[in-house]
Design a protein around this ligand. Structure first.
Ligand SMILES: Cc1cc2nc3c(=O)[nH]c(=O)nc-3n(C[C@H](O)[C@H](O)[C@H](O)COP(=O)(O)O)c2cc1C
Length: 290
């Protein structure tokens, strides 16, 4: 069955649908033909969105969801850069719950993020229960507490054997001071993992899709930027991701759907303070190939 039909009385044969989707459209003998099906269409909706005369009808998509865009929402470049400069990692939050409707609005915005092959399969686990969060902090800190001596032992052995030290071990050793501080902070009753944020968002996916990490990170960043428009702030938590991947008790406690992995983590909350100044960034390493 053809998933797409073209209203002939409206089609002006402009070919925009062919330009956006060579897999499902072609111009044959001066006439545009659609041949979308389960094998070639990933339901991205470009064909419907691009048609200037509303001639493309997609039978597998909700046609009412294709709403006319106008120029009102356009953001000036300077305003957008200024907004990006305002995004900083926040690690100090008010003890204020995030209303459910705000959370739902954030998840709705997240749905707008693109995914490889349009799989739209990013999951978000929302943690707000303090007891559960405390358990995850303990397990994560346990992992890092054990990791340092383990790595030191392995490095010592390799040195004795005259073997080279792999880069991942070198990197862990470089972080040794920071990881020790983390353990000390937890011993003193602090939260060096999730920074006492009221909500933790775990972005997860099956790894068996083309670009699971990208999908989760793009979703997370879409949410993080949207959150700022609602007075909320975030911080990525790679420390938790590392513990999830390498320490079984963390993965067990999280209880994600079978085979799912954590690919991005955000803490979310109302910030205790504002950053007042921008910051210098290193120049990007861009190489122009001529
Ligand atoms: C992928 C990623 C993982 C991060 N993991 C952590 C983390 O585990 N804990 C933390 O406090 N900050 C974490 N950060 C925050 C970085 O330290 C922060 O982005 C960086 O210092 C730049 O500061 P800014 O975000 O305020 O501009 C992470 C950031 C990114 C992008």
């Amino acid at each position: 069955m053809n998933w797409v039909s073209i209203e002939r009385d409206r089609c002006k044969e402009c070919g925009f649908c062919v330009s956006v989707c060579l897999r499902c459209f072609a111009k044959k003998n001066g006439r545009i033909e659609a041949f979308a099906n389960k094998d070639n269409c990933n339901l991205c909706g470009h064909c419907v969105s691009v048609c200037p005369t509303n001639a493309v009808i997609h039978h597998k998509m909700n046609m009412e969801a294709f709403i006319d865009l106008n120029d009102q929402g356009r953001i000036a470049q300077r305003d957008f850069i200024n907004f990006l400069q305002r995004r900083r990692s926040h690690r100090d939050f008010m003890e204020k719950e995030i209303p459910l409707e705000i959370m739902e609005a954030l998840f709705n915005a997240c749905r707008l993020a693109p995914t490889g092959s349009n799989v739209q399969n990013v999951g978000i686990l929302v943690l707000q229960d303090r007891k559960k969060i405390e358990k995850l902090i303990d397990l994560t800190v346990d992992y890092y507490r054990k990791l340092i001596p383990q790595v030191e032992k392995r490095v010592e052995k390799l040195k004795m054997e005259g073997k080279p030290i792999p880069l991942d071990l070198k990197w862990t050793l470089k972080r040794k001071g920071g990881l020790k501080l983390l353990v000390e902070k937890r011993t003193a009753g602090g939260d060096p993992i999730f920074h006492r944020a009221p909500a933790i968002l775990i972005f997860h996916s099956t790894p068996y899709t083309s670009v699971p990490k990208d999908n989760c990170v793009i979703a997370a960043h879409t949410l993080a930027l949207t959150a700022m428009t609602m007075g909320l702030e975030t911080c990525y938590i790679g420390l938790f991701e590392g513990a999830f991947r390498n320490y079984r008790p963390v993965a067990k406690a999280l209880n994600l759907p079978a085979d799912h992995e954590v690919f991005s983590v955000l803490v979310l909350g109302y910030p205790k303070f504002k950053f007042l100044r921008t910051v210098e960034r290193k120049p990007l390493k861009v190489k122009w190939v001529h």
